[in-house]
Unconditional design. Sequence first.
Length: 230
Amino acid sequence: MGRYDIVLWDVDQTLLDFKRSEDYAVRHCFRLFGLEADDGIVARYSEINEGYWRKIETGAMGKKEALQGRFADLFEEIGVKGVDAAEFQEAYADVLGSVYYFLDDSYKVVEGLRGTCRQYAVTNGVSRTQRKKLELSGLAGLMDGIFVSEELGAPKPQEEFFARCFARIPDFCKNRAVIVGDSLTSDILGGNRAGIAVCWYNPKGVKKSLEVKIDYEIRNLHEVRRVLGA
């Protein structure tokens, strides 16, 4: 048996290339509403979106308010009028869930670990979006469970999110679990708070920007086997 036999996988920007899907979804939805989004608009949306997600993670703002607010802010900033932010958000959520791109052959990585450990997806985001892309990508069928913050009533990195995940995992043992994710503010901080090992997926080798404890750091998802001791 390896070092860990319970793996909690972050989804966006860990198993799946969220930035690429985001780019596609923003441009596609702009066209649906008779608009055009250039590189600058996509980049600015991404910045606004990240700011709102930090508010969701800290509990400073509710998810519904934030999801609509990000588009309302963007439209005001770039001078778009006559487009309802709530309606745009609904379209965006559907489109975002319909497209996916694997990072580091993530499907093969997860598939290759089957039988050696139990694997769970732990994700923030809109439930129907996350579940749709996990199903379409085939990753859902490889997981032993999927935990979405919207369904659990608390987001990563809050302790409540992890406590509710742990309660749903049979024979859960903190010493046998590790979370793998790219976000210091969500995955790594959350794992620290929850008292489990953390593996920071840092493909670009960026400098740590938050005072958190990192047990393992990897550049490629294939390195997870080394972390697990598999």
